[in-house]
Design a protein around this ligand. Sequence first.
Ligand code: SAM
Length: 261
Amino acid sequence: TSFGFKEVREEEKSQMVGNVFTSVASNYDLMNDLMSAGLHRLWKERLISKLNPFPGMKHLDVAGGTGDVAFRILETINSVKRRALQDFLEDNLLEETQIYICDINPNMLNVGKKRALERGLGEDRSLTWVEGDAESLNFVNDSMDGYTIAFGIRNVTHIEKVLAEAYRVLKRGGRFLCLELSHVEIPIFKELYDYYSFSVIPAMGELVAGDRESYQYLVESIRRFPSQEKFASMIADAGFQKVEYENLVGGVVATHSGLKI
Ligand code: SAM
């Protein structure tokens, strides 16, 4: 059975998204690796290299789920290359790096907290886990240097509200970055990709996670998401400047970015 999602009213959508992620939380990371053949790691690395994180930054990762993006940002900041700069900043009593992981689903955050422990980041005071809705964030205006949302905006009820909130919490000069499954327009590759997503992914979901419907829903949500161009214009409408996007793997995934000036 499919969700017959078109008839679902808005209020029910967020509830349903909640159920989907509660159901997938424990298998989430494994399924990510399987469905993308490990590519999601490269895509996230691409997102982070665009973000260019720096020690002392205040960063908000929305729909942060099990912490994958946040860990990568923190590890980039802590990497050897930046260590000297960080030591300098700490010695000079500049502010500490703060990375907030915000997600509407406590189950995803709990998996993330466990993963942080496993990665030796359990004691790291730079990470803060916050339960919250991307459409109405509990953060003050002009407080963040960076904002990321990876594979999250597709699932929200009102994309415009999420973009307005991103704009609100960013400082001037702060960057908005989004990574999302997008639209493939290349002939033949498009047909192959459609087959993969409509047939292989739900089957994989059933086999690995015992949950075909959630993965069916995930695939349908990709189709409903606006095109690269349309989404870029929505980002500009929210007030962002220098809006750009980049297709990865022919548009299977796209990064979108904008600056609050
Ligand atoms: N960013 C992570 C990653 O790339 O691995 C997790 C992505 S996961 C596909 C989508 C996440 O969005 C889920 O953890 C879900 O709970 C969260 N989410 C859905 N709607 C949300 C909302 N309105 N506000 C915040 N998080 C939301």
